[in-house]
Each structure stands twice: as C-alpha cells, then as structure tokens.
Design a protein around this ligand. Structure first.
Ligand code: ZN
Length: 460
C-alpha cells in the first residue's frame, strides 16, 4: 500500500524539513489504478469509522442491510444514499461527529448567510484533520511553484472567510515569508506589495479586480511590482476574470476550490497548465452525478460534484452533494500529475449566490426579513457584479401600504432593517423601500436580479 509521511514527521522546527516534505507530493503522480486502489482502501476505513461512530450512518447502512466490509467496489458504494447539507443541519451541532469533543482541536461553523432556516452547520477537525488540511494547502502552493524564496501577501477578510488562515499556515510551512494584509484598502495593499516586494498575492477575485482598477487609477502597472503569481479563492475563477487580472498584474492567475462543509479551500487547485483544478483524490472520492436523477453522468459531461472524505477523522461525509456543477477531466495533464481535474464551478444546483465571496441563499434572506417584518409583500436582492463576480448587494423591500411601520416611521424602520441585516450578514448593504409595482422582475435565481458594474467604477 502507498504510504505517505505526515507533516509532523517531515517538518522540523528550523524549516529544514522542506526537501523531505517536497517528496511527499509523489501521490500526485501515482498511476491511476494505484490512485483507485488507495481510494478503495481508505473508503473502507471511512465506512468503518462512519458505521461504528456515527448513528446517522449506522442506521442508514442497517436499513440497506450493508456492512462496511460488503463494499468491495465503487459500484457497491453507489448504493449508498447521498448526504445533503440539510442532513448536516438536522444533526447540528455534534450529531455527525465521529470523534468525542476531547479529540476535536478545531470547529468550523458554516452559515449560509441570513436566516438559514434555523440552523447553521458545524464541522470539526482532529489534530490529524488539521494537518491534512494544511498539507493539502501546501500541495496547492507547491504545485504553483511557491517556495521559501517567496513573499506571500494574504489579503482576505479573515472573519468572513475562515479558510483564509490556511494560506498563512501553508506559506509558513513552506518557509515562505508571510505578509498577512487582511482587509486594508487596495491602495495600501499595493503600497505593501511594492515595499515588501511581495511575489505571491492570495485574495478573492473581487478584491483582485478592485486592486487592478486601483492600480490603473493610480497610474502604474503590474510590471512595476515584484509579483510572480496570484492565487484566488473561494469563488470560481472565470476565464474572462483571469484575462482581465493577468493583463492588470502581468503575471499568471490561478484558481482554487473547496467546500465549506469539508475544507475550503484545499480540495482542488490549478497547476501551471491552467487546464482544470487537480483534485486531492487521495483525500476525497469524487463522483459526478446528474443533479436531478443522482445517476452517474457519462465521462466528460457536466454534473453535480459529489465528494466522500477518505481520511477525515472528526467529520466523515459519505457521498456529500456539494451543489456545484462541474466537468471531470481524467485525461493526462501536461504538468505530469495524474490526479483528475475539474473545471471551475459552472453553476449551482440551488439558488446560492455569492457577494464578495460570502454565500447567501435568497430564500433564507426573505425568511429572515419576513421574520423581522411580517407585513412585507415581496423582496428583491439586487446584486451588482463585475466580471461575473458579486460585488455589492442591495435589498429592495415592498410592504403592505395599509400597514404601519413596526418601528414608528419610515426612516427608523429602514435604519432598523439595515442594522439587523448588517449584524446577520457581517457586512453592510443598502436597504430600500419601493412600491410593490416597482420591484424589478426577478431573474433565473429566486427573487434576485443581477446588474453589471461598469469597469473602473469601484469606490476606493
Ligand atoms: Zn496539471
């Protein structure tokens, strides 16, 4: 059986473990049949863990009259029901944990924004799970050629995107110089980038676009920076966005992928070939299914990504429906890695939208607002986008004109709604009252309208 060392064994405190650590990336170059064999061995361990430690999964297997050892082939496993986000919420907080709390070293709460029909989802990590996540991030860094010579500027909103911390950890594990610049303005970010001679920028697509526009407004180009590459998460990276950013920064721009209920980012990432995101198939079993029938789609066709954790100790998930539509590519990659790739997420199977990397479900927003004011007639979310990325959210409310404002008068009412929304969402939004007849006609996504932001208009 293929064996891989763990980070604890390969990294020593003075950083000299780097060369040894590099060798562990050989899992990325295994022949496909060895990858499949490794997956089936690990799936067996995961099934045992789920059966003996998680009531939810044991009941499901008992109902199917299947024991973990009955699953010898991938086809056997396809008899298992899917796990959905609703299952996770239904067992909040610790119902799906496979380890006692004393073994959990980190919790991660995932809320779909406002409302959430009651319950968020909390997942847990043991020490081993944390090391695995860090290891995956190191792999994604190394597959882009980031080394201890790099200066990595990490510009994320750490409170809104918990996965941002893993960029810090990965940079430090590699021995690169970390420059966490968090949420300071684009002008200051660019100043730091020049002063520190940062070689790698890690940020969101929306903020990267804003930085490019700021740079152009200030009258300088990417050629005057020391940057080597830009890595983006957690939103999917569209080719149009990549082109705009590469023209602005004048360096290659790469995308990453993760799932909030597992690790985000860390599940997949691009290599220098930019021909899809290599999946960590040694840690996740991948299926692509038809989003309605749940049946496997023919090779090369788009479908919903379904993932099974293969080494997670604290929170094993069997056949988890990510809601992300993508295409699996198993053809050889020019970089030589044998791990399969996915395209950036083409769309969602549900109504989830994203504003500055923060996910929201419009129906949950509606439920939340109606709980604050039962006399609302209707709502619209107006999302302003730039290069297809949600930048700003405006909420339009139409309420029954015959009913008095619950907060006394119109301006008090709006102030109160704005502050409730800000608290629930974590960032401020415009909230306006309009007549029911004047609400814009909703688009393809429930009660949501998209407006395109003209380029070069982002406020500093
Ligand atoms: Zn590749």
């Amino acid at each position: 059986m293929f064996r891989e060392p763990t980070w604890e064994k390969t990294i020593d405190t003075n950083g000299k473990g780097r060369e040894k650590a590099m060798s562990r990336t050989n899992v990325e170059f295994l022949p496909r049949d060895a990858v499949h064999q490794l997956q089936m061995e690990r799936l067996q361990m995961t099934l045992n863990r789920a059966y003996f430690n998680v009531d939810f999964y044991r009941q499901r297997m008992d109902n199917l009259k299947i024991l973990p050892e009955d699953v010898a082939l991938l086809n056997d496993f396809r008899a298992f029901p899917f796990t959905t986000r609703q299952d996770l919420a239904d067992h909040y907080p610790y119902g799906l944990f496979a380890e006692p709390l004393k073994s959990i070293v980190r919790l991660k709460i995932s809320t779909p924004g406002l409302g959430d029909r009651g319950k968020p989802v909390v997942i847990g990590f043991t020490r081993h799970d944390v090391a695995m996540w860090q290891d995956l991030m190191v792999r994604l860094f190394q597959q882009l050629g980031i080394t201890d010579r790099d200066i990595v500027q990490v510009a994320f909103n750490f409170s809104l995107f918990p996965g941002a911390f893993t960029f810090n950890h990965a940079a430090e594990l590699i021995g690169a110089t970390l420059a966490p610049s968090a949420t300071i303005s684009a002008t200051m970010q660019l100043q730091i980038m020049q002063d520190f001679r940062s070689t790698v920028l890690a940020t969101s697509s929306a903020f990267a676009l804003h930085m490019v526009e700021t740079m152009e407004r200030l009258g300088f180009t990417g050629a005057e920076l020391n940057l080597r590459l830009v890595m983006l998460g957690p939103d999917p990276l569209w080719e149009e966005t990549r082109e705009r950013l590469e023209n602005g920064f004048r360096v290659p721009v790469y995308g990453l992928y993760g799932v909030a209920e597992m690790v985000e980012p860390g599940i997949a990432g691009e290599c220098s070939a930019k021909d899809g995101l290599h999946l960590a198939e040694d840690q996740f079993l991948v299926e692509i299914v038809h989003p309605v029938t749940g049946e496997p789609v023919p090779r090369g066709q788009e479908g919903e990504l379904v993932l099974t954790t293969l080494t997670a100790e604290a929170y094993p998930l069997l056949r988890y429906r990510t809601g992300d539509i993508t295409v699996l590519k198993e053809s050889p990659c020019s970089c030589g890695r044998s791990l399969a790739r996915i395209t950036p997420v083409l769309r969602r199977t549900d109504n989830r939208v994203s504003i500055r990397g923060i996910s929201l479900y419009p129906e949950n927003v509606e439920e939340f607002l109606t709980s604050l004011d039962p006399d609302l007639q209707d709502i619209r979310l107006v999302i302003t986008t730039s290069y297809g990325i949600g930048e700003h959210l405006e909420i339009l409310l139409a309420r029954d004109p015959a009913r008095p404002f619950p907060e006394g008068n119109r301006s008090q009412y709006l102030d109160s709604m704005r502050s409730h929304v800000r608290r629930a969402l974590g960032f401020g939004t415009k909230v306006q009252l309009v007549d029911f007849e004047r609400l814009p006609k909703e688009g393809l996504i429930y009660k949501t309208v998209f407006r395109t932001l003209p380029p070069l208009s982002s406020p500093e």
